[in-house]
Design a protein around this ligand. Structure first.
Ligand SMILES: NC(=O)c1ccc[n+]([C@@H]2O[C@H](COP(=O)([O-])OP(=O)(O)OC[C@H]3O[C@@H](n4cnc5c(N)ncnc54)[C@H](O)[C@@H]3O)[C@@H](O)[C@H]2O)c1
Length: 370
């Protein structure tokens, strides 16, 4: 059996997680990394013990890769994904797929033309209990769903001294919080319901008009053009409505992505900070907790719960599940069909939702997507 040769571009926060997941999946091998920061490059080269490059083109041209994982800041996604696809290499990209819908559409067309696998790392859909909610919804186990609500809130940008490349339009794109984390919520919600968002009404907010960007001798005040969060109402293709709160400045909330699907017989609630349990809410009993385990969730998705009950599966397990689904689709050729992971087409649709939220906020109107 051929071992697939994998190259990783960008070895920051998420690149390291990709490398860990690659190590957990049989049949593939991380053979090279690219990192543009010289200090980080040396450190990661020593840690991963693979060939290391400062330029992704050099890595792609020299390493006979089968797949690249693109874990660079948003603005580089388009050019790196395109360069790899044009050379016949499968791509697993970080989200967002690109920074404009036009770029996303071009990459989608290119991947299809070349017949290459194209994945985007919307990882929350790969949690065992999210998959179980999806199957319950598909089987109409809870009856008709009439309301969806949730939030994705964090606090890592609470202070005006917090700074990161995501804050700049040039490196992160026009939308920040909605594109960075709201996109994950929309992807997961669409997977669970099997329905697309067709219209949004959004009101964004910015907690800090200026932030202090660190410099060698202190800091400089920089005006903020990207949103710290937003309140979004939305409608799905079947008319179901819902709402979402997004924030990166909500004190004490770390990575709080929460969903409630309120249906006729019961509500289904899931919060990724307690990701190994699904809460079923009924009028008679209040809350019942169902813990992740292969024998407690639907058999069609039992592969997403890799440990027995009481051995909590968490963020990193779901993360690996998604990457495993991508490689499974390569080994059995199903990447040419509908995939369980987000392909470029889905990721471009998510970018359209984000773009619609930005337009709605600017023009104070409902905006349709389609
Ligand atoms: N799926 C998720 O849950 C998740 C979580 C965090 C980040 N992300 C996404 O991952 C991407 C990276 O985010 P991060 O938090 O890891 O950022 P980061 O700043 O921690 O890491 C980015 C790394 O890429 C390197 N880099 C920059 N330009 C490069 C280039 N042209 N070639 C090679 N290396 C380059 C940087 O030096 C840095 O080490 C973003 O697009 C972000 O949206 C996804």
């Amino acid at each position: 059996m051929k071992i697939l040769r994998v190259g990783l571009v960008g070895t920051g926060l998420i690149g390291k997680q990709h490398a860990e997941s690659i190590g957990r999946i049989p049949g593939i091998q991380l053979v090279a990394i690219t990192e543009s920061n010289e200090t980080v490059l040396q450190k990661q080269k020593d840690y991963f013990k693979v060939k290391a490059y400062a330029d992704y083109k050099e890595m792609i041209d020299n390493e006979s890769l089968d797949v690249i994982h693109n874990c660079t800041p948003n603005t580089f996604h388009y050019e790196i994904n395109k360069y790899a696809l044009e050379r016949g290499i499968h791509v697993y990209s970080e989200k967002p797929l690109a920074v404009t819908v036009e770029q996303g559409e071009e990459l989608t067309r290119l991947a299809k033309e070349k017949g290459l696998a194209n994945g985007v790392n919307f990882n929350y859909r790969n949690n065992a209990m999210v998959q179980d909610m999806r199957v319950r919804m598909q089987k109409q186990d809870a009856g008709r769903c009439f309301l969806i609500h949730g939030r994705y809130i964090q606090d890592w940008l609470l202070y005006d001294t917090d700074f990161n490349w995501r804050l700049s339009v040039e490196e992160g794109g026009k939308s920040r919080a909605i594109a960075d984390i709201g996109s994950h919520w929309f992807d997961t919600m669409q997977v669970v319901t099997g329905k697309k968002v067709t219209a949004v009404y959004a009101r964004n907010f910015t907690a800090h008009a200026e932030r202090k960007k660190p410099t060698e001798d202190g800091s400089v005040n920089v005006p903020m053009e990207t949103e710290d969060g937003g309140l979004i109402m939305f409608q799905l293709e079947d008319g179901t409505c819902g709402s979402l709160v997004v924030s990166q400045v909500s004190a004490g909330y770390k990575n709080h992505i929460f969903f409630s699907f309120d249906c006729e017989k019961y509500s289904m609630r899931w919060n990724q900070e307690q990701s190994d349990r699904l809460i079923i809410g009924t009028r008679e009993l209040g809350e019942t907790h169902i813990y992740a385990a292969p024998n407690l969730i639907d058999p069609s998705v039992s592969r997403y719960a890799t440990l027995p009950s009481g051995h909590p599966v968490g963020w990193a397990d779901a993360f690996t599940n998604g990457i495993r689904e991508f490689y499974n689709s390569l080994s059995d050729d199903t990447y040419k069909e509908k995939t369980t992971y987000s392909d470029f087409e889905n990721a471009t649709y998510i970018m359209k939702i984000v773009e619609a939220c930005m337009k709605s906020n600017e023009e104070n109107v409902w905006v349709s997507i389609g």
